[in-house]
Design a protein around this ligand. Structure first.
Ligand code: 13P
Length: 252
C-alpha cells in the first residue's frame, strides 16, 4: 500500500451511548498507530459525542440526504452531519441500495451534496453473487461507480472508493486475494481514466466484506488495496484495532 492505509469502521445500526467506551479505547489505540488513518462511522446519535472526545480517530456518517433541508421526515442533510462533527460520509452502501431503493442517480446526488457540505465521501460499490457467477462483476462495478459519481473537477483526498462484494458482507465469506486484486486494479484504472494520473492514482480503494483480524493482513497486502471498510469486526476496540495493527505492518 503506497498511501497511508485507511481503516474505517461502519457500525451500521449498532451502538448506544454504552459503546462510547469502545470508541474511546479505539481512539487511545489509534494514537499508537499514527501511520494508519483510523475512522468510524457510528449511528447518527453517536457522531457528536464521539467527535467531542476523539483526539485521533475520524468520525463520519453512514448516509445523508441529497437535499439541503426541507420536508423529509426522518432524514438528515450533509450539513447536519457535518455540524455534528462528521468529516466524511459513507454513500451508496449496498444495504442502503437494498433497504431504501437507492439508485445510482440518488447516490450521485448525495455525493454532490456531501462534497458541497465539505465532507469527504466513501463511495461503496459491489456486485451480487449472481452477477459474479455470471462473470459480470467488473463490468457491473465500473458501471455503478461511473453512474454514482458526479463530474468532479478534483477528487484527490475527498474521494475514497470502497469495493464491497454484496455476498461477502456479514457472511464470513471473503473474496479471494486474486479477485480483490483484479477488481481493485480495474477500479484504479477507472479512477485514472476519470481523474487523470496524478489524482486517480492516489484515490484510496478500500475492501469491505467480512474483514477480520485473522484475514486483514492478507487482504491489505493485495495490490491496490488502500485499507478496509469493516462492519461486524469494528464493533469492539479489540478486533477493530487488531485490523489497524495489521495495516501498520512494515510490509505494507
Ligand atoms: P462486515 O465486515 O460485517 O462483513 O460488513 C462489511 C460492510 O458492509 C462494511 O460497510
Amino acid at each position: 500500500m503506497a498511501e497511508r492505509p485507511y481503516i474505517v469502521g461502519n457500525w451500521k445500526m449498532h451502538g448506544t451511548r454504552a459503546m462510547l467506551s469502545e470508541a474511546r479505547a479505539m481512539d487511545r489505540a489509534a494514537q499508537r498507530h499514527m501511520k494508519v488513518e483510523v475512522a468510524i462511522a457510528p449511528p447518527y446519535t453517536l457522531i457528536h459525542p464521539i467527535h467531542r472526545e476523539a483526539g485521533q480517530i475520524g468520525v463520519g456518517a453512514q448516509n445523508c440526504h441529497f437535499a439541503d433541508g426541507g420536508a423529509h421526515t426522518g432524514d438528515i442533510s450533509a450539513a447536519m452531519v457535518a455540524d455534528a462533527g462528521a468529516k466524511f460520509v459513507i454513500l451508496g452502501h449496498s444495504e442502503r441500495r437494498a433497504d431504501h431503493g437507492e439508485s445510482d442517480a440518488v447516490v450521485k446526488a448525495k455525493v454532490e451534496a456531501a462534497l458541497e457540505a465539505g465532507l469527504r465521501v466513501i463511495l461503496c460499490c459491489g456486485e451480487s453473487e449472481k452477477t459474479r457467477d455470471a462473470g459480470r462483476a467488473v463490468q457491473h462495478v465500473k458501471k455503478q461507480i461511473k453512474a454514482s459519481l458526479p463530474d468532479l473537477e478534483e477528487a484527490g483526498e475527498k474521494l475514497t472508493i470502497a469495493y464491497e462484494p454484496i455476498w461477502a458482507i456479514g457472511t464470513g465469506k471473503t473474496a479471494t486475494v486474486d479477485d480483490i486484486a483484479e477488481m481493485h486494479t480495474e477500479i484504479r484504472a477507472l479512477m485514472v481514466d476519470l481523474f487523470g494520473e496524478e489524482q486517480g492514482s492516489v484515490i484510496r480503494i478500500l475492501y469491505g466484506g467480512s474483514v477480520k483480524p485473522e484475514n486483514a493482513s492478507e487482504i491489505l497486502t493485495a495490490p491496490e488495496v488502500g485499507g478496509a471498510l469493516v462492519g461486524g469486526a469494528s464493533l469492539t476496540a479489540d478486533s477493530f484495532m487488531s485490523i489497524a495493527l495489521a495495516a501498520d505492518s512494515p510490509e505494507l
